[in-house]
Design a protein around this ligand. Structure first.
Ligand code: UDP
Length: 475
C-alpha cells in the first residue's frame, strides 16, 4: 500500500441515523489505511453536535471534524430542489442543498492547506447535490448510502421506469400496481413506495435526481451486509454493464455499540434486569416517529389486552427528549399496567435490544433499527411511518421472514387507525414461538457478527473500497 498521506472529505447527512454510521465507517477506513485522514464536514445540526460531543465519541487525530457555518437565510436552492413539496425528507434535502457554497469554501480551504493528496469526496445519500463541488475540483466522488440495498434497488427501478420507459411514477400513488425490483423474490407493491417518490410537488423529481447522481458516482458503500440482502446486492453488482451502476460495497452493519447507556437510563436497564428472558415487547419508532392521539389509545389498549410485559418509548412526533405525553394515554393506563410495563421517553435502544429480557421489537423499520434488531437477534413487528420505512418493512416481513406485520403500508400522515385487536394479534404472533421469526432473527444475529470480523464479507468489502478509492485517484 502507498506510503503517501492521503485524505478523504466526507459530508454526512443530518440526523442520528446518518451521523453515527458515517463516523463508524470513517473509523474503520482509518484502521484499514494508516496514512489516510478523513475530514468530516458537518452540518451545524443539534443532533450532530450532541453526538460528536458525547462521551462515547472517540477522537482519532486522523478523524477531523469541521462544522460548517449556518447558510445565508433565503439562499435559493439549486435547480434539483426547486420544489413546493412539504414532505419532511424533501425539506431536509433542500436545507442540505443550501450548504453547497459553504462546502465549496471548506473544500477549497482543505485543498489549499493540506499536504496530503485528496483522494475522494464522500457524500451521504441526503447530500448528493454536493457532488457538483467534487466535480468542480475534479475529485472522484462516492456515495454513502445509510439505508438498505432494498431501497437503493427500488430507487434504481423507479429511475429506469422514469428515464428509460418515460413513465410518470407519481401515477402509482394509491394504486395496486406491483413491480419487479432487482433482487426481490416477491413483486413489490406500489403501496410500500416512499411518499417522496410518489409526490407530484417535486418530491419525486428530487428522488429521481438523487438516483441519477448516485449512478454517476465512482462507488456506493451501503450500511448493510451481504448475508442480509444477498440477492439484492448481487443484482445491483451485476447490473454494472447494462445499467451503468457503480461498484457496490456492503460494509455494514455500522453500529455504535460501544456507548454504555448513560446513567439517566439506569432505572430502565435495572427494570429489564428483573424481567424473565425474552419476555418483554419493546416498542420504539425512531428518532422522530409518532402517532395520532387516537392511534396511541389503540396501541395502549392492545398492550393491555395482550398482557405481555412491555417497554414503550412514547413520544410526540419529532420529540427527542424524555418527557412522556401521559395525557394522550388511555385513562388509567399507567395504573393498570403498573408492574407489567413501562412507558418511557427517549430509549437507550441499542442497550435495550441487546438485553436478554427483550423478546420482540415493534418497530418503524428505520434502517438503523432494522440493523440493530438483527445484530441482537430480536424479531420485529413492522409498523412503518415515513421515508423508506415501508419498503424496509416489506423486506423484513415478506422477503426475510424476520418480522411479523402490523401494517407494512402504514403511513404517518394517514387517517387510518390500526385497531387495538389488530395490534394485539401482531404482538401475539411476534412473541409466540410458532411464527418462526425468532429463529430467523437468531440466525441473522450470527450472520451479522460474522460479517464484521476479520475475513467477514463486510471487512472484505471495506478493504476493496479503500483500495479502489486509492486506485481511482491515481489515474
Ligand atoms: N434511537 C434511540 N432511542 C430512541 C429512538 C431512536 O436510541 O428512543 C436510535 C436508534 O437506536 C437508531 C436511531 O436512533 O440508532 C434511529 O435510526 P433509524 O434509522 O432506525 O430511524 P430514524 O430515526 O432515522 O427514523
Amino acid at each position: 500500500m502507498s506510503v503517501e498521506d492521503v485524505e478523504l472529505i466526507f459530508v454526512p447527512g443530518p440526523g442520528i441515523g446518518h451521523i453515527v454510521p458515517a463516523i463508524e465507517v470513517g473509523k474503520l477506513m482509518l484502521d484499514e489505511h494508516t496514512r489516510l485522514a478523513i475530514t468530516f464536514l458537518l452540518i451545524n445540526d443539534p443532533v450532530i453536535r450532541e453526538y460528536t460531543n458525547s462521551s462515547g465519541f472517540h477522537y482519532n487525530p486522523r478523524l477531523r471534524l469541521l462544522t460548517l457555518p449556518e447558510p445565508e437565510e433565503g439562499k435559493s436552492p439549486s435547480s434539483d430542489f426547486r420544489t413546493k413539496s412539504e414532505l419532511p425528507p424533501v425539506k431536509a434535502l433542500v436545507n442540505v442543498d443550501r450548504h453547497k457554497p459553504l462546502v465549496r469554501e471548506a473544500v477549497l480551504g482543505i485543498m489549499m492547506k493540506t499536504r496530503s493528496r485528496v483522494v475522494g469526496f464522500v457524500v451521504d445519500m441526503f447530500c448528493l447535490s454536493m457532488t457538483d463541488v467534487a466535480d468542480e475540483f475534479s475529485i472522484p466522488n462516492y456515495v454513502f448510502f445509510t439505508s438498505g440495498a432494498d431501497f437503493l434497488s427500488l430507487m434504481m427501478t423507479m429511475r429506469r421506469l422514469t428515464d428509460e420507459d418515460g413513465i410518470d411514477i407519481t401515477e402509482f400513488k394509491d394504486s395496486d400496481q406491483e413491480f419487479s425490483v432487482a433482487g426481490f423474490l416477491n413483486p413489490v407493491p406500489a403501496k410500500v413506495m416512499p411518499s417522496m417518490m410518489l409526490d407530484k410537488n417535486g418530491g419525486s423529481d428530487a428522488a429521481m435526481s438523487t438516483a441519477r447522481r448516485i449512478r454517476k458516482s465512482r462507488g456506493i458503500f451501503i450500511n448493510t451486509f451481504q448475508e442480509l440482502e444477498p440477492n439484492i446486492i448481487q443484482s445491483l453488482s451485476n447490473s454494472n454493464d447494462d445499467d451503468q451502476m457503480p461498484p457496490i460495497y456492503a460494509v455494514g452493519p455500522l453500529l455504535n455499540l460501544e456507548t454504555k447507556p448513560e446513567s439517566r437510563f439506569s432505572d430502565i436497564i435495572n427494570w429489564l434486569d428483573l424481567q424473565p428472558r425474552k419476555s418483554v415487547v419493546f416498542l420504539c419508532f425512531g428518532s422522530e416517529g409518532g402517532f395520532s392521539e387516537e392511534q396511541i389509545k389503540h396501541l395502549g389498549a392492545a398492550l393491555e389486552t395482550s398482557g405481555r410485559r412491555f417497554l414503550w418509548s412514547l413520544r410526540r412526533r419529532k420529540q427527542r427528549d424524555s418527557s412522556i405525553p401521559v395525557e394522550i394515554l388511555p385513562e388509567g393506563f399507567l395504573q393498570r399496567t403498573n408492574g407489567v410495563g413501562r412507558v418511557i421517553g427517549w430509549a437507550p435502544q441499542a442497550a435495550v435490544l441487546s438485553h436478554a429480557a427483550v423478546g420482540g421489537f415493534v418497530s418503524h423499520c428505520g434502517w438503523n433499527s432494522v440493523l440493530e434488531s438483527m445484530w441482537c437477534g430480536v424479531p420485529m413487528a413492522a409498523w412503518p411511518l415515513y421515508a423508506e420505512q415501508q419498503v424496509n418493512a416489506f423486506q423484513v416481513v415478506a422477503e426475510l421472514g424476520v418480522a411479523v406485520e402490523v401494517r407494512v403500508d402504514y403511513r404517518e400522515d394517514t387517517e387510518i387507525v390500526v385497531s387495538a385487536e389488530e395490534i394485539a394479534a401482531a404482538i401475539e404472533r411476534l412473541m409466540e414461538r410458532e411464527s418462526g421469526v425468532r429463529e430467523r432473527a437468531a440466525e441473522m444475529r450470527e450472520k451479522s457478527s460474522a460479517a464484521v470480523v476479520g475475513g467477514g464479507s463486510s471487512r472484505k468489502f471495506l478493504a476493496s473500497l479503500v483500495r479502489d478509492i486509492l486506485h481511482n485517484s491515481s489515474g
